[in-house]
Design a binder for this molecule. Structure first.
Ligand code: PXP
Length: 237
């Protein structure tokens, strides 16, 4: 069964809109686990627009599944990650102006920095995944730089309109999964995945994990987090 990572950043986004104490992503993470989440994912951004260091530190104590920290390969965040020790770190590109993580890491260009960050995380027994586009060059570079796994950016797939575009994006993802696996990488996918577009994704070869935030938290507004997670888990079966 594919591992479901539930990203609770949006819960913190609502809290930060009023700079208050509610809703609390820690409580949301607890409910997500009750609904069947296999992993809690948070992105501690440099600008702290949603998740705060306090959230991450409490989640480290309360999450009973796995904690996956999405992070830029930035020194200050790295020091926090090495101290908090999540089970997994997913390295992502970060731009202050973006609404969400818009593209994959440019692994080839960042080779030197990434290999040192990956090594330091792995020295603390943190599993390291790289968030990349499903492209041959990025997959090969991820294996070369020593990552344990990759998370393929499914944003372009999610934005497709019509069958032919969708099929070609799925084919691109399929090839990337095959290649990643053949190079010894663990395979995950995420970004823009919803209750309606998840179906073909779950059949990708060697896929071990998906990370989903927006769609689950949006549905949670109507049905509650536990139920929203339960429904997504059901679709992943
Ligand atoms: N995976 C990664 C690496 C991400 O950066 C994000 C967005 O924070 C997600 C998954 C979840 O994306 P969405 O909120 O579109 O489900």
């Amino acid at each position: 069964m594919i591992r479901l990572g539930v990203n609770v950043d949006h819960v913190a986004t609502v809290r930060q809109a009023r700079l208050t104490y509610e809703p609390d992503p820690v409580f949301a993470a607890y409910l997500a686990e009750l609904g069947g989440a296999d992993q809690i994912t948070v992105h501690l951004r440099e600008d702290r627009r949603h998740i705060q260091e306090r959230d991450l530190r409490i989640l480290r104590q309360t999450v009973t599944t796995r904690l996956n920290l999405e992070m830029a390969a930035d020194e200050k965040i790295l020091e926090i990650a090495l101290d908090v020790k999540p089970e997994q770190a997913t390295l992502v590109p970060e731009r202050r102006q973006e609404v969400t993580t818009e593209g994959g890491l440019d692994v080839k260009r960042m080779m030197k920095r990434l290999s040192s960050v990956i090594q330091r995380l792995q020295d603390k027994e943190i599993f390291v995944s790289l968030f990349i586009a499903p492209e041959e060059e990025a997959v090969r570079a991820s294996a070369r730089v020593g990552a344990d796994g990759v998370e393929f950016h499914t944003g372009e797939y999610a934005n497709t309109r019509g069958d032919s575009e969708r099929i070609s994006q799925l084919e691109r993802l399929r090839k990337a999964c095959e290649l990643g696996h053949s190079l010894g990488l663990h395979i995950a996918a995420g970004h823009g995945l919803t209750y309606t577009n998840i179906h073909p994704i779950k059949n990708l070869p060697y896929l071990e994990e998906v990370n989903i935030g927006h769609s689950i938290i949006a549905r949670a507004i109507y049905v509650g987090i536990e139920e929203a997670v339960r429904q997504m888990k059901e679709l992943l079966k």
